[in-house]
Design a protein around this ligand. Structure first.
Ligand code: ADP
Length: 267
């Protein structure tokens, strides 16, 4: 063994090679920290609902029969927490699938109008009549080129956030406009807004401006990291403009090669 360590010490290397090794280690340490933080975050996110559900199971097993109303409430809470875990796992899987994909997404033509319908449904379901939801621009005559499930998920995430971070009585506007060769999908809300210092970090996994508010409204902290991956796949640019207490605008800018026209409107 001594011989081997001596041999290693004697291997000559240039300064450049040494620098390369140091850089690799720094990058490796950074990646390792990201992985560790990620595992810690996932564990933390799962621990709370698991503790709640586990606690209630014990209560139901150990206590004398509970009044029906109490029992009903316990089941409701357990269901909410189980839904929360299911959503988290689904979003983690979806993020991991997106992150492991490489290359350009295949160009499937998708009518923009076909994406609008499920989006409006999501918005109305989450809002439960507490917000004004409207659309602006021509959603009818544009074909997008991409993967339908991914674009639907990206649009849906932006719409869901708009509803979740806008107090009742607020307004949410979905719009489509075209500038030169590009198309821009926008979700604008009159909600709580985001302070400038948070904006660069919004697409990090589990980054939330307000932990409690995100959790209370059913957020997993993964929505915008999913949107970012989908944007990368489709060569879209995600643009955020927001002011605290005034509202936010999230936009996805489609380049010319991601846009098409319906067959009967092609020149
Ligand atoms: P979450 O599940 O917590 O909503 P996201 O990744 O979708 O996770 O968003 C990250 C954070 O960005 C949210 O926790 C919230 O603080 C902020 N955010 C996202 N969309 C909006 C919005 N429309 N208005 C205000 N804050 C928002």
């Amino acid at each position: 063994q001594q011989d081997l360590s001596l041999a290693l010490q004697l291997i000559p290397y240039s300064i450049d090679e040494r620098m390369l090794v140091t850089q690799d280690i720094t990058q490796w340490e950074r990646d390792e920290k990201v992985r560790r933080d990620f595992v810690a975050n996932v564990s933390h996110e799962l621990r709370t609902p698991l503790t709640v559900v586990g606690g209630f199971i014990e209560t139901l097993q150990d206590s004398d029969p509970l009044p029906p109303a109490t029992q009903e409430r316990i089941f409701q809470i357990m269901e909410t927490q189980t839904d929360r875990m299911r959503r988290l796992v689904e979003e983690l899987l979806s993020l991991s699938r997106l992150e492991s994909q490489t290359g350009v997404a295949p160009l499937t033509p998708i009518p923009l109008s076909a994406l609008l319908t499920p989006m409006l449904l999501t918005a109305h379901q989450l809002s439960q009549g507490q917000h004004t939801i409207d659309t602006q621009g021509d959603f009818d005559h544009r074909i997008l080129l991409g993967i339908e499930s991914e674009l639907s998920s990206a649009f849906g995430n932006l719409v869901a956030n708009a509803v979740r971070y806008t107090p009742p009585g607020g307004q949410i506007t979905l719009s489509w406009r075209e500038e030169g060769e590009e198309g821009i999908f926008t979700v604008q809300d009159t909600g709580i807004g985001i302070a400038a210092e948070h904006i660069p970090r919004l697409t990090e996994r589990f980054y939330r401006v307000d932990q409690a508010r995100s959790r209370d409204t059913g957020g997993t902290g993964l929505g915008l990291s999913i949107v970012k991956q989908i944007a990368l796949h489709h060569d879209l640019t995600l643009i955020v403009d927001s002011q605290p207490d005034k509202g936010s605008t999230f936009a996805l800018r489609f380049p010319a090669h991601r846009l098409g026209l319906p067959e009967n409107e092609r020149p």
